[in-house]
Design a binder for this molecule. Structure first.
Ligand code: ATP
Length: 325
C-alpha cells in the first residue's frame, strides 16, 4: 500500500507531532458512545446493513498510554491491560494492537510501541469501548512516532479497523451513514444527563442483527433520517424534545433476545427518566434524565431491580480522542 507518512505540519489542523525522538510517552483519552437514533436498512450483498445513526460521546473514558521502547526491544507492538479482563484479548486480536499495526504499516514506521490500556467503558455493552481504544491508539502512536497524519487520514484508517472506530476520534455528537462510519458533526447546545443501565451479560452485535433480519425480513427501502425534531432539539439543548426523538430499530431485536431489558426501560421511565432506550445493539439501556436529582432516583430504582448489574451516570457530549499527556 501507499505509505501515508505526512510532511510534519502539512495539515494545519493536525495535532503537532513531537520532534522525532522527543516524546517517550503519550497518553490519549477517547470516549464511549451511545446511539440517540438508529435506522437499519436491508443488508447488501456484502451482508452489511446500511445505517443512519446519531452518535453521542459520553463521559466514560478509555485511556491508552503509548511508550517508546528501548533500543534493544524495538520493533514489537505490545499491550498490557491495566486491569486484566478475560473478555478482552491482550494479544494481536486487541483493537488497540490492530490500530497500532495498521498505522505502522500505512506510514512505514517500524519502531514498535508498548501500549497500556485502561478500560472504563463496559465490555461488549454496545458502547464501542474497543473502538475507543483503537481511536486513542491511532492518535497516540501518530504523536509518538511523529507520523503527523491529519484528521482525514486518521479517519480513513479508523474506518478500516471497524465501523465504530471513526466516531470516538471525532467525539461530541454526529450523524453516521453507511456502516455508521461516514460522519457529519451535529451542532448541539447544553449538556445531557444519562443513566446507563449495565447488563450482566454482553450481547454480541452480530446476533442482534441476525434477529433483526428474522423479525424484519423486508425493511423499508429508504432509511429513516434522524428527524428534524431531534436535530432541532440538540441545537436548542432541549432534553424533553430530544427524549421524544430517541429511536432504535434494533431495540425490538435486542428485547427479543433479552426480554428483561423491557423491564429495565419501564423501571427507568417510572423512576423519572424522560425516556429510556436500548443503546445501539445493547444490552446497555440509556435513560435520559432531566437533572441530577432524577439521575439519582433512576439509578437507585435500577440498581434495586433484578436484571441490572450496575448503573453509571454520565454527561454528554464530550470531546473525541485527545492527548492528555
Ligand atoms: P461490538 O459492537 O463491536 O460488538 P461493543 O461496543 O459491544 O462492540 P466492545 O467492548 O468494544 O463492545 O468489544 C466487543 C468485543 O471485542 C470484546 O468482547 C472483545 O472480544 C473484542 N475486543 C477487541 N479489542 C478490544 C478492546 N480493546 N476492548 C474491548 N474489547 C475488545
Amino acid at each position: 500500500m501507499n505509505h501515508l507518512r505526512a510532511v510534519p505540519g502539512a495539515d494545519p489542523r493536525a495535532p503537532l507531532p513531537p520532534r522525532p525522538g522527543s516524546a517517550t510517552t503519550v497518553r490519549v483519552e477517547a470516549p464511549g458512545k451511545i446511539n440517540l437514533f438508529l435506522s437499519v436498512g436491508a443488508p447488501g450483498p456484502d451482508g452489511y446493513h446500511p445505517l443512519t445513526t446519531v452518535f453521542q460521546a459520553v463521559r466514560l473514558i478509555e485511556t491508552v498510554t503509548a511508550r517508546s521502547q528501548s533500543r534493544l526491544e524495538r520493533g514489537r507492538i505490545t499491550l498490557r491491560l491495566e486491569e486484566a479482563d478475560a473478555r478482552v484479548p491482550a494479544d494481536g486480536a486487541n483493537l488497540a494492537v490492530r490500530a497500532a499495526r495498521l498505522l505502522a504499516e500505512a506510514t512505514g514506521v517500524d519502531e514498535g510501541v508498548d501500549l497500556i490500556v485502561r478500560k472504563r467503558v463496559p465490555v461488549a455493552g454496545g458502547m464501542a469501548g474497543g473502538s475507543a481504544d483503537a481511536a486513542a491508539t491511532l492518535t497516540a502512536c501518530n504523536a509518538l512516532w511523529g507520523t503527523g497524519l491529519g484528521p482525514e487520514d486518521l479517519q480513513a484508517l479508523a474506518a478500516r479497523l471497524g465501523a465504530d472506530v471513526p466516531f470516538p476520534l471525532l467525539g461530541a455528537t454526529a450523524v453516521g451513514h453507511g456502516r455508521g462510519d461516514r460522519l457529519t458533526p451535529l451542532m448541539t447546545r447544553g449538556r445531557y444527563l444519562w443513566v446507563l443501565a449495565l447488563a450482566s451479560r454482553g450481547l454480541p452485535t452480530p446476533a442482534v442483527f441476525r434477529r433483526f433480519d428474522e423479525l424484519t425480513p423486508q425493511p423499508p427501502a429508504a432509511l429513516a433520517e434522524a428527524c428534524e425534531e431531534m436535530t432541532a432539539a440538540l441545537r436548542c439543548g432541549d432534553a424533553r424534545a430530544l427524549a421524544a426523538g430517541l429511536h432504535n430499530d434494533l431495540q425490538e431485536a435486542a428485547l427479543s433476545l433479552r426480554p428483561e431489558l423491557a423491564d429495565v426501560i419501564a423501571t427507568a421511565e417510572r423512576a423519572g427518566a424522560l425516556r429510556a432506550i436500548v443503546s445501539g445493539s445493547g444490552p446497555t439501556v440509556a435513560a435520559l434524565v432531566p437533572d441530577s436529582g432524577s439521575a439519582a432516583c433512576v439509578a437507585r430504582a435500577l440498581e434495586t431491580s433484578g436484571p441490572v448489574r450496575g448503573t453509571v451516570r454520565v454527561d454528554a457530549p464530550v470531546a473525541g480522542a485527545r492527548m492528555v499527556g
